[in-house]
Design a binder for this molecule. Structure first.
Ligand code: SAH
Length: 239
């Protein structure tokens, strides 16, 4: 096995050759073990989650907590979802979305709510093309900055109102929302390919937010309500 790449630490911290307690690779490996124990089994997804460094997407002051199973602030009152929720939603997407002809990955996918860009990059590993739309200009720009050094060609960031989807990339093999509204907008269902799946949080009549899965089949639309979740609100307009 090759050694972890050296990163510059604080000027007063000597980098030792021995693995560090907070080494990102070890922390990520522990995160993957926790996710597997919690039922995340899809090999494609586990590889993707293991390949993306969450620390790169959070404020440096929060870097040591990047692999904890917590939602973390990313500015403007928004949060990066905790790893277990990202994994749960993406596993649902992978299981139900349309695959490429070789069956290796999902086709084109759409994410509503780019935030810091973490989930968009994970999507870039599990899908042929990922489109991610964000309504807050400052976060869209932050995500652009986060992605630039990673040089990923198949992740496309868009500034816009995700309530109307992104018709230019449709039809989508899968759509995943990181913000929850009253209902799933009709535009998302329209822009979903037959055989595709939407995974999104929505408000439930009980007052809590729940995760829903919508499958579009030749026979019509099937919706399943899953567990309670807590996402930031889906809002309209760009600001
Ligand atoms: N997937 C993100 C999590 C972002 S939090 C990550 O990995 O960091 C949810 C994001 O959805 C917020 O940034 C919020 O601004 C955005 N959002 C809310 N309503 C939206 C809409 N209508 N269109 C696009 N983005 C929206």
């Amino acid at each position: 096995m090759s050694a972890a790449p050296r990163r510059p630490g604080f000027p007063f911290v000597r980098q030792s050759a021995a693995p560090r307690v907070h080494d990102a690779i070890a922390a990520r490996a522990r995160m993957i073990e926790r996710l597997m124990a919690a039922g995340i089994r899809d090999a494609l997804l586990l590889r993707a989650l293991g390949a993306v460094d969450r620390r790169h997407f959070v404020d440096s002051a929060l870097a040591l907590r990047a692999y904890d199973d917590d939602a973390l602030p990313i500015g403007l009152g928004q949060t990066i979802s905790k790893p277990s929720v990202v994994a749960r939603m993406l596993q649902l997407l992978v299981q139900g979305g349309v695959r490429t002809p070789d069956g290796q990955r999902l086709g084109r996918v759409l994410e509503i709510g780019t935030g810091c860009g973490y989930q968009a990059v994970v999507l870039g590993h599990i899908a042929e093309e990922a489109y991610s739309i964000e309504r807050l200009r400052a976060l869209h720009e932050k995500a652009r900055e986060n992605l630039r050094p990673l040089r990923i060609a198949n992740v496309h960031l868009i500034l816009g109102d995700g309530m109307v989807g992104y018709p230019q990339g449709a039809p989508y093999a899968g759509i995943v929302a990181a913000a929850g509204g009253e209902a799933v907008p009709a535009a998302w269902v329209e822009q979903l390919a037959v055989g595709g799946r939407i995974v999104a949080p929505i408000a439930h009549k009980s007052g809590v937010q729940v995760l829903v899965v919508i499958d579009k089949t030749l026979a019509g639309i099937e919706q399943r309500v899953l567990e309670a979740v807590r996402f930031v609100p889906l809002k309209s307009g760009v600001s």
